[in-house]
Design a protein around this ligand. Sequence first.
Ligand code: SF4
Length: 418
Amino acid sequence: MALLQFMCSVTPLARAATTRSRAIIISSSRTITTTTTKTKISPPDSNVLLGMSEEQLQQLAIDFGQQSYRGKQLHHLLYKRRVKDIHEFSQVPLAFRTELQEAGWVVGRSSVHSSVTAADGTIKLLIKLEDNRLVETVGIPVTDDKGSVRLTACVSSQVGCPLRCSFCATGKGGFSRNLKGHEIVEQVLAIEEVFNNRVTNVVFMGMGEPMLNLKEVLAAHRCLNKDVQIGQRMMTISTVGVPNTIKKLASHKLQSTLALSLHAPNQKLREKIVPSAKAYPLEAIMKDCRDYFHETSRRVSFEYTLLAGVNDDVEHAKELAELLHQWGPGYHVNLIPFNPIDGTEYKRPYRKAINMFQSMLESRKITVSVRQTRGLDASAACGQLRNEFQKVPLAAPSIEDIQPEPEFALEPEAAVAC
Ligand code: SF4
């Protein structure tokens, strides 16, 4: 679920952010830097070191006739030193480096095609993948009351998205392909590099629906946790709802937050806002969210984008409170005032309407927060920057495109609905 427009604080800081100063100067106006894009498309290389665990790297070293500690060195170079090219692996013997390169192995880091910096410090990067596809990632720095800096990386899981939610710039841009695990991990590393600071939180809320690419999302989650050393509790996986996948995610018992993009208190309205909801009735989603909470003991966060005159009435708030009470404890509501994008008639609600909606929920004992919208001047809504540079629409999705794994196969209706 891609909601860069919703970005801000997600979970409390568990690991102290370093106090190193940032390498970039946050300007008060929007800045864009661009490099030239080639048009040749080639498939991503599968011999990629980034994303591999220490054990896998040790095995790789052994496979190349090296001692296993060479694998540990590779791990250190990839995840601690953040070296981007095998020929810069100076700790490793030249012969091993050469053999790796001759066998087609690469580190798997991509270049930054362009970046946009907002006045509030949010930086959106457009990363150019190996096949020249462009994908967005966003870094959001937040300094809390005690002066601690939290840096959240909002990562994409797909190039584009097939689900076409009515308010989303990514959905309007079409769908190209799923990202590989390392292509998700490298987004976090790119954010750390541009901020010259550690990422403390990761939210899978960039371009794409993570549940349609669950295998690679889980691979990236593992790597970010074990190798990049970001706590599971500092990560949030967001979804608009793909049948059967919440159960699958729950079975992994991750200590990460599930964020369910609800956007409406009833099925009829939800289908208008999120067309793919036709394939996943609200009752089934709520049941799966309740089961996720019971399975993981992690509270589910319900994301609710407030669209002026569409779903922001106090009656909607009452209905939402009733829905949540019906499904028991273990939830939190994030209200997200809509961040306007091109090509949509939706409008951001006035502050008064937001306050009334929030008050109604609070009066009914619902824990709720209103997300501060970040980077309004930085094309921050998900997909906006990519659309700015990649004017040619991506292909419309086929059924095959949106089948994550055979056991998660969507009904054809879901694909049509998107
Ligand atoms: S269209 Fe895709 S990326 Fe956009 S909000 Fe919906 S699920 Fe997220």
